[in-house]
Design a protein around this ligand. Structure first.
Ligand SMILES: Cc1ncc(COP(=O)(O)O)c(C=O)c1O
Ligand SMILES: *[C@@H]1O[C@H](CO)[C@@H](O)[C@H](O)[C@H]1NC(C)=O
Length: 394
């Protein structure tokens, strides 16, 4: 694979970036091919709106649709993940004629009217009306009451429908691995069971691939694929553009018909510079086999982190897939008491040694590891060694 940047130079010092701009820098900082595509498009046409079709939009839409299973072939472009999820929720509501949405506790889906309702963590929810969303039990294998039994958690979805709605719903939205929530991989068996329940209640299933998409999980291009489900709508952003403001909603042509009932317009959605950049990202991911790299280096990194867990009691859990990994710090492994103060200390020590890593989870005690997908084995070794030193200083 070609050299790609997992580091940024600051005042002559290399800083290893473990967060990737929050799972956004997919093919490396300042990727030359993506830069060139952006410059080329800017020189020829920077903006026209989708009122006038141009090949930058159509080429990217076609390339994206080719990465999708089933009949997921119609693409709408937006400027962010929030906008993509807002549009997806509206489409589900229009298609079904229902208002009720079910999302999962500890999820993050955005910060506008509908998506803040779907988001289910109090620290991200402002105190305003957020109507029509019910929050199901989180199939969290580490902290959840049913451990890794996904089907048991899914019964809560049925109960919400039975007791909290008319019996019909607009849909269900979830990440396959909760990113902001602290890299929580949904228990196996949960999504197939939940999707079945939702379909029986007339709803549409929305997969939020804003963090887990674009090869990050290594085993698959989209994170929902590892659960063997087929969503009705898929939303994406972040890694789609390597840092370009870009998002998308992909659905079937039958479902997309609802958008013809009124005028739908988004001035910058499908902007030619962004979509030309997005197409370049897709090509770079494929050409450099970054999904393979995410699987290989991610599995190696996870093994090394598991070994670190054996040496440091403060590491309660190591989890995730590919280059979407989490390390949860607890002061008591049995009680799983969040190590909030300790994690800040470790983070600062690591920063002083030239490593920037993300932090999150409901209790703010989980390291979020989502580096560019060109992350190397050497990067992984350096990162784990630095974390080892920082943990040893506690
Ligand atoms: C899973 C998920 N969905 C949606 C969003 C919202 O995306 P944006 O910040 O681009 O609006 C985020 C942002 O962190 C996210 O992690
Ligand atoms: C940019 O434009 C030049 C000149 O037309 C072309 O050779 C090059 O392939 C283009 N690069 C990309 C990434 O589209």
């Amino acid at each position: 694979m070609e050299r790609c940047n997992t580091c940024l130079m600051r005042m002559g010092v290399a800083i290893l970036m473990l967060f990737g701009g929050i799972a956004t820098v997919s093919c490396g900082h300042c990727n030359p091919e993506v830069i060139e595509a952006i410059i080329n498009q800017t020189k020829s046409l920077q903006h026209s709106t989708v009122l006038y079709l141009n090949n930058a939009i159509a080429d990217f839409a076609e390339a994206l649709a080719s990465k999708m299973p089933g009949d997921l072939k119609v693409v709408f472009f937006t400027n962010s993940g929030t906008e993509a999820n807002e549009l997806a929720l509206m489409i589900a509501r229009l298609y079904t004629g229902c208002h009720d949405i079910i999302s999962i506790r500890n999820s993050y889906h955005g910060n506008a009217a509908g998506t803040m309702g779907a988001t289910a963590q109090s620290n991200w929810k402002f105190n305003i009306v957020q109507s029509g969303v019910h929050h199901a039990l989180n199939p969290d294998q580490y902290r959840g009451i049913y451990g890794a039994n996904g089907e048991k958690y899914a019964r809560d979805v049925q109960e919400i429908i039975d007791y909290g709605t008319s019996g019909r719903v607009a849909g269900f939205i979830s990440e396959a691995i909760q990113g902001v929530g602290g890299i929580v991989e949904l228990a196996p068996g949960y999504l197939p069971a939940a999707y079945n329940i939702i379909k029986k209640a007339g709803g549409l299933c929305i997969a939020d691939e804003v963090q887990g998409g674009f090869a990050r999980t290594g085993s698959h291009f989209w994170s929902f694929e590892s659960h063997g489900v087929l969503p009705d709508i898929v939303t994406m952003a972040k890694g789609i553009g390597n840092g370009i403001p870009l998002g998308a909603v992909i659905t079937t042509s039958e479902i997309a018909q609802v958008m013809t009932r009124r005028c739908y317009f988004n001035t910058f959605g499908g902007n030619p510079v962004c979509t030309a950049g997005g197409l370049a990202v897709l090509k770079v991911l494929e050409k450099n086999r970054m999904q393979e790299n995410a699987l290989k280096v991610g599995s190696y990194l996870k093994d090394r982190l598991k070994a670190l867990q054996a040496e440091h009691d403060i590491i309660g859990d190591v989890r995730g897939r590919g280059l979407m990994l989490g390390v949860e710090l607890v002061t008591d492994r049995h009680l799983k008491t969040p190590a909030n103060a300790e994690i800040l200390h470790v983070m600062e020590q690591m920063r002083d040694m030239g490593v920037l890593v993300g932090k999150g989870g409901f209790y703010g005690n989980v390291f979020r590891i989502t580096p560019p997908l060109c992350f190397t084995k050497e990067d992984a070794d350096f990162f784990v060694d630095v974390m080892d030193i920082a943990l040893s200083k506690l």
